[in-house]
Design a binder for this molecule. Structure first.
Ligand code: NOJ
Length: 716
């Protein structure tokens, strides 16, 4: 008899439901606390999983109670939201995506797993794979941006990184792909709000990353808080049980979101906790996080014959199986026993700095404002984000809240020892006091060589429950920025804007007036050093925005992969798809980002030119760095299926690649494109391969005016 069979035969109902329950130990509570003190429940076997506990000492102590003092000695599973690093904070996921480097996505997850497991934890509630095309939605910051193909690569890299090659290893943790599915298109960008999208959009845009996560071996998935056309995901039998488990063969654990089972009452699909528990169980949710619904509701449901013991057992087995795969039965203390070496931690900080520098996106660099010339004697850092240590790490900093981060001011002072770097905050991030503006302006006017204007959101203005109806500069920052820009224009001083945010902000006026403009997102522990590396030219910027930046909120949702329509925009024709009061174009397109090089792409070729379904196309382009500095270019590969049975997007991303070139150097980028990737979901939503001509585009972003074009003919 296997270990799990034996345990199953010995467990009481209360013990089984304990394995299906996860409660917070109170480290970073993100919802109502219902659980109270968990110690007794662990001891009597009615609680099998914890979240929000940090540190190997307390975790091992709870583990000891579970293993030594509970009747059956089943080890605990302890998880935490390790979203972009544990103690060492890497850039927030949206920022990390901007590196367009799956190797780095995996590396930071691996490092996070090592650090997390060294702290005794065995599970993270990450990666978030939700696509966001609406900057109002605060959780945009936690995901890979707007593109489903990028999200697929991101999912694979993150699952590999967190789980490693052996889930039972002391430095591997269980990944939780979340939030399944289509959390991003919440109504009007309001967090938790209802979702209503087409079946096609669900399948083409929101599901692929989860398919990839399952294929990559993700051992846990978390259903979204939201509903989908009236059915809350926590109770979505068709998508959880039939699709995820049935069709995709997902055999891992489904862990509910925080209190989501109880929230089925407020969704209006359950009259009481018993009904809610039944709905979630029937849908296939294994672990009830924080609702207490399974422990309270399932015994009643069982009595009433609403669920069967078999259905409960199925879930219990999956949870025990996960614990077994994590190696917890063999050695419940394996994570958190070995203290990390100082050199490991130092190396991790180096990685954090490198990734942060690569995540920074240089949106504008008029007249080669940057890198800062060596003759910069006096530099003025202005703005509420200039010396804001706590903000640098960004939202969802897990246990990183205790660690100091490097600010822009500190980073620049360190990097430029011979430059006088002065600072004025001017205004606070969101306060209403303008009193500090004039002193800041005076400082800018006191013979500065350049001004670094650090503006943006506070970390907590993005993330969960952080939607914004006005995703612009908060507080009085616009007044500060305009005063500084006016003064700088008078003095002829260059202004470099470093904008911190968890989403694209609507700031066309700022991008227009700044000499240089960076999307700095939230770059984590090493933010200031990384920004200084780029500003001083030690590192050439290479980040690309993984999400379109709108000019006006009224353009939202704005994303590069829209379909054409019967009346595509034509400025000369009134009755075409446009606005009376705004351009339709973005402020910055998907993929945009400048470097210190000057790249030209030429000689695009695609072979073979006629291809069948099982062939692989080679898309090749020459890249030349005509600039005066070494830099790294990112090349995107898009396709367009011009005539198909279903209208296709004007561009679809199918690949990207990076190439580093010295000044004057020419190189070649080759991107393989399996023809099977040109299949799409036909009229009946089944994948189809349709013969005909497909355009292949290659270029530095989704800006169509910059793309080189070739075409390929598909035949059966
Ligand atoms: C709620 C969030 O939606 C989810 O992403 C997170 O994992 C849980 N809280 C646990 O903190």
């Amino acid at each position: 008899m296997s270990r799990i069979d034996k345990l199953m035969s010995e467990m009481t109902l209360a013990e089984k439901l304990g394995q299906l329950t996860m409660t917070a130990a109170g480290y970073a509570v993100t919802g109502p606390v219902i659980a109270g003190d968990s110690t007794d429940s662990i001891r009597n076997g009615t609680l099998g999983n914890l979240l929000n506990l940090v540190g190997s000492k307390p975790i091992h102590e709870f583990q000891r109670i579970a293993v030594e003092e509970s009747r059956l000695g089943i080890p605990l599973l302890v998880g935490l939201d390790v979203i972009h690093g544990h103690r060492t904070q890497f850039p927030v996921p949206l920022a990390e995506t901007a590196t367009f480097d799956p190797r780095l996505w995996e590396l930071t997850a691996r490092e996070a797993a090592r650090e997390t497991s060294a702290d005794g934890l065995a599970m993270t509630f990450a990666p978030m794979l939700d696509i966001s095309r609406d900057p109002r939605w605060g959780r945009t910051v936690e995901g890979p941006g707007e593109d489903p193909w990028v999200a697929v690569q991101f999912a694979r890299a993150k699952i590999r990184g967190f789980q490693g090659s052996d889930l039972a290893a002391a430095d591997s943790i269980a990944a939780t792909a979340k939030h399944f599915a289509a959390y991003g298109p919440v109504t009007a960008g309001r967090d938790y709000a209802p979702v209503d999208i087409s079946e096609r959009t669900l399948r083409e845009v929101h599901l692929p990353a989860f398919v990839a996560a399952v294929e990559a071996g993700a051992v846990a998935i978390m259903p979204a808080f939201t509903d989908l056309a009236g059915i809350p995901m926590t109770a979505h039998k068709a998508l959880l049980r039939d699709y995820l488990r049935g069709q995709l063969g997902f055999d891992g654990v489904l862990v509910s979101d925080y209190n989501a089972i109880r929230e089925l009452l407020l969704h209006g699909v359950a009259a009481d906790l018993v009904e809610a528990a039944v709905l979630a169980l029937k849908a296939g949710v294994d672990i009830d996080m924080m609702a207490g619904g399974y422990r309270e509701g399932l015994p009643v449901a069982l009595d009433r014959g609403l669920v069967t013991m078999g259905e409960i057992d199925e879930c219990v087995r999956r949870v025990l199986r996960l614990k077994e795969r994590l190696g917890l039965f063999d050695d419940p203390y394996r994570r958190g026993t070995i203290k990390e070496r100082v050199s490991t931690v130092t190396e991790r900080r180096r990685i954090a700095r490198d990734v942060a520098a690569r995540a920074l996106v240089m949106m504008k660099n008029a007249d080669d404002t940057l890198p800062l010339p060596e003759t910069t004697h006096r530099l003025c850092v202005i703005g509420p984000l200039g010396d804001a240590m706590r903000e640098m790490r960004g939202p969802w900093a897990a246990a990183g809240y205790e660690e100091p981060s490097v600010t822009v001011l500190a980073g620049l002072r360190e990097a430029m020892p011979n430059t006088e770097v002065v600072f004025a905050e001017g205004v606070s991030i969101s306060g209403t006091d303008r009193a500090g503006i004039s002193a800041a302006v005076d400082l800018c006017g006191s013979g500065m060589d350049a001004i670094v204007l650090c503006l943006g959101e506070a970390a907590e203005m993005s993330g969960e429950a952080a939607s914004r109806a006005f995703p612009e500069l908060p507080g009085e920052q616009r007044a500060l920025a305009e005063a500084v820009l006016d003064r700088a224009r008078k003095d002829g001083t260059r202004v470099i804007v470093v904008l911190f945010s968890g989403r694209p902000l609507i700031v066309p006026w700022l991008a227009e007036r700044a000499d240089a403009f960076f999307a700095a997102w939230f770059l984590g522990t090493e933010a200031g050093n990384a920004i200084a590396d780029v500003l001083t030219g030690r590192v050439s910027p290479s980040g690309r925005t993984p999400i379109t930046w709108p000019r006006a909120l009224g353009q939202v949702p704005l994303f590069y992969g829209q379909r054409n329509c019967g009346r595509p925009e034509n400025p000369k024709d009134h009755f075409t798809s446009k606005y009376l009061d705004s351009p339709t174009s973005s402020l910055f397109p998907f993929g945009h980002g400048l470097t210190y090089g000057r790249f030209t792409l030429s000689n695009l070729r695609v072979t073979p030119e006629i291809a069948t379904e099982h062939e692989i196309l080679e898309v090749t382009v020459d890249v030349t760095n005509e600039g005066a500095r070494a830099a790294e270019e990112t090349v995107f590969l898009f396709i367009r299926d011009k005539v198909a049975s279903v209208a296709r997007p004007v561009l679809e991303l199918k690949g990207f690649s990076k190439i580093a070139l010295q000044p004057g150097e020419r190189g070649t980028v080759q991107i393989p494109l399996p023809v099977a990737e040109l299949k799409f979901l036909g009229i009946d939503l089944e994948p189809v391969f349709e013969p005909g001509e497909v355009d292949i585009f290659v270029g530095p972003s989704a800006d169509r005016s910059l793309l080189l074009k070739a075409s390929v003919t598909l035949r059966r």
